[in-house]
Design a protein around this ligand. Structure first.
Ligand code: FPP
Length: 251
């Protein structure tokens, strides 16, 4: 990096208004494989580098006052990848939590998990649940890791729960509303994301928080996830602060 360019980029960093900090930011961390390929490295090297971005963005989000950060670490569709890559992706959360747990606790961050944890390898499940347990009393930012998460299956499971209640006679079909369904999702009690970031230039939601993102502001960048830095995060927040959210109404 040329120093003049670096200085220019630093001084151009947008100033953030504290008032408009999104309460909940969700991120689709994409582009690890392409980042690695571009360097002639195996795909897992991209995921390893992606873990460093997880650390950086967790720090930045907590620093500026984001209350919930939801990261898409592994989707229900990612099992289709080669076994070696899946194994590595299953080990990364464990590695991240072993390396970072102390600092997460020091920074008052609460780790939560989103997804079907039952299907995870035992060592992955145990390590993530340990982090959840050890940080459960923290009152700062919630770091919500979506692991083996798929939005469509989450919605299907919610519909099954509702059907069971109707069958049992504890819920009348005419009483079913949006809150009924929201309450049966894995995100029950968590406000919908205000801002969703996707890296690597792909412009889709990939089965992530489909119900919850109905009114979420979307921000896309061409930057690959391992290259994602604090300034890119600030850029997204700054763009969010300039949006007018109307939720279908008028300003
Ligand atoms: C998508 O890139 C990324 C993933 C499927 C995994 C994301 C996981 C991490 C960043 C690991 C760390 C997670 C935690 C919470 C510690 P891709 O492989 O689809 O990239 P490509 O589209 O370029 O192939």
């Amino acid at each position: 990096m040329n120093w003049r360019k670096l200085w220019k980029r630093r001084t151009e960093r947008p100033s953030l208004s504290e008032e408009g900090i999104p309460y909940h930011v969700a991120i689709i961390m994409d582009g690890n494989g392409r980042w690695a390929k571009r360097r002639g490295l195996p795909r897992i090297a991209g995921h390893r580098a992606g873990m460093e971005s997880v650390k950086r963005v967790t720090e930045s989000a907590s620093e500026i006052g984001v209350r919930i950060l939801t990261l898409y670490a592994f989707s229900t569709e990612n099992w289709k990848r080669p076994e070696q890559e899946v194994d590595y992706l299953m080990r990364l959360p464990q590695e991240f939590l072993i390396l970072e747990l102390e600092s997460l606790i020091k920074n008052n961050i609460r780790v939560c998990m989103l997804g079907d944890l039952e299907a995870l390898p035992l060592w992955t499940r145990e390590s993530v649940l340990e982090a959840v347990e050890k940080t459960k009393s923290n009152t700062g930012m919630m770091l919500n890791i979506a692991l083996n998460y798929g939005s469509r299956s989450e919605i299907v499971e919610a519909v099954k729960k509702i059907s069971d209640q109707v069958k049992a006679g504890t819920l009348q079909p005419e009483d079913i509303n949006e809150q009924t369904l929201s309450a049966c999702l894995l995100t029950n009690g968590i406000p919908d994301p205000d801002l969703l970031i996707r890296t690597s230039g792909e412009l889709r939601l990939s089965n992530f928080l489909l119900w919850q993102c109905a009114y979420t502001e979307l921000w896309f960048t061409d930057v690959y996830w391992p290259d994602f830095r604090k300034e890119h995060f600030y850029e997204a927040i700054h763009a969010y602060q300039k949006r007018g959210r109307r939720f279908g109404g008028l300003k």
